[in-house]
Design a protein around this ligand. Structure first.
Ligand SMILES: NC(=O)c1ccc[n+]([C@@H]2O[C@H](COP(=O)([O-])OP(=O)(O)OC[C@H]3O[C@@H](n4cnc5c(N)ncnc54)[C@H](O)[C@@H]3O)[C@@H](O)[C@H]2O)c1
Length: 265
C-alpha cells in the first residue's frame, strides 16, 4: 500500500469534511508524508481555519501550500520546490451552481461552463504536465469522479465535466505509461462535503443511493472507504492498473431500476 516515508501531494483540501482530508489522514497514519493544497489563502482563512471539527493544534501540524488550478504560475511555483513524489491526488471540481447545476439543463452562461470544464476536467492534465519532473518513476495519480454511466437530476454540466475527466484519465494513462506514471479515477458515491452540498438536490442523490445501492451507503462515513481505495491506487498493490475508473459506490452504478424490498438490508 502506502510506502513508509514517501511523499504524497493531496490537492483540493477545503475543510476536514473534504475527501482530500480523509485520504491525507489515512496516508499519514500509514507513515506517508502528506502535502496538501488549498485553492488560496482566503479560502483557508474562511473555510479551513474557522472550521471547528479539527483542533487548532492538529491543523497547525499539516503542511499546506496554495494552488489555484487555473493559474499556471501557481502550478509552476507549487512543483518548483517539490520533488520525489510517490503520488498525487487530484480532488478538485467546480461549476457555478446557479448556471451549471439545477433543474434546467439549458444555460447561456458559456463562460461559466468553460470555467467549470477548466477546473474540473482540464486541470488534471495541467497537474500532470507541471508535476512530471517532481514525480518518481513509478508513481501514481488519482482523481475523483462521479458515475458517468447514468444521467442524474440537477448534476447537469458537472456530469459532462466528469465524463471529460474520465477521458483525460485515459489520455494521460496512455501518454505517461512510458514514464511509469499511472493515472486512475475513483467514482465515489455521494458524500456530504462542501462541493456536494452546493449541488441543488444533493439530498435527492443521497436518497437515490438508499434505494439503489446493494451495499448500504453512508454519505458521512463512507468517505473512509473512498480513501481506502485511493490508497490502493496510490500504492504498489495496483502497479499494473492504469486508465481505469474504480467504482466505490456500494454498487449503485450497476443497478437497473430500484432495489426491491427483498433486496434491501
Ligand atoms: N462529495 C461527493 O459526493 C463526491 C462524489 C464523487 C466525486 N466527488 C469529487 O470529489 C472531489 C472532491 O470534492 P469533495 O466532495 O471533497 O468537496 P470539497 O468541496 O471538499 O472539495 C472540492 C475542492 O475543489 C477545490 N477547487 C475548486 N476550484 C478550484 C480551483 N480553481 N483551484 C484549486 N482548487 C479548486 C475547492 O477549493 C475544494 O477544495 C471533486 O472532484 C468532486 O467532484 C465528490
Amino acid at each position: 500500500m502506502i510506502e513508509n516515508g514517501e511523499t504524497y501531494l493531496i490537492m483540493g483540501l477545503l475543510d476536514p469534511d473534504s475527501i482530500a482530508f480523509a485520504i491525507g489522514e489515512k496516508i499519514s497514519k500509514m507513515g506517508g508524508k502528506v502535502i496538501y493544497t488549498i485553492q488560496n489563502e482566503r479560502m483557508k482563512r474562511l473555510l479551513f481555519d474557522r472550521n471547528k471539527k479539527l483542533p487548532k493544534e492538529e491543523k497547525e501540524k499539516l503542511e499546506i501550500r496554495f494552488c489555484d488550478i487555473t493559474i499556471e504560475e501557481d502550478l509552476e511555483k507549487l512543483f518548483s520546490n517539490i520533488d520525489s513524489l510517490a503520488g498525487i491526488v487530484h480532488s478538485i471540481a467546480y461549476v457555478n451552481p446557479k448556471t451549471g447545476l439545477g433543474e434546467n439543463f439549458h444555460t447561456d452562461a458559456i463562460e461559466d461552463l468553460k470555467n467549470g470544464f477548466h477546473i474540473s476536467s482540464i486541470s488534471l492534465a495541467s497537474v500532470a504536465r507541471h508535476a512530471l519532473s517532481s514525480l518518481k518513476k513509478p508513481s501514481s495519480i488519482v482523481t475523483l469522479t462521479f458515475d458517468t454511466k447514468h444521467v442524474y437530476p440537477y448534476y447537469n454540466w458537472m456530469g459532462v465535466n466528469k465524463a471529460a475527466l474520465e477521458a483525460v484519465v485515459r489520455g494521460l494513462a496512455r501518454h505517461h505509461g512510458q514514464d511509469l506514471i499511472r493515472v486512475n479515477a475513483i467514482s465515489a458515491g455521494p458524500l456530504s462535503t462542501k462541493a456536494a452540498t452546493n449541488i441543488p438536490g444533493f439530498n435527492h442523490l443521497g436518497q437515490t443511493w438508499n434505494r439503489t445501492s446493494p451495499i448500504p451507503w453512508d454519505t458521512e462515513k463512507d468517505r473512509e472507504e473512498v480513501a481506502n481505495a485511493a490508497l490502493f491506487l496510490l500504492g504498489n498493490y495496483s502497479k499494473k492498473i492504469t486508465g481505469q475508473v474504480l467504482y466505490v459506490d456500494g454498487g449503485a452504478s450497476i443497478i437497473g431500476g430500484l432495489l426491491t424490498p427483498h433486496e434491501q438490508a
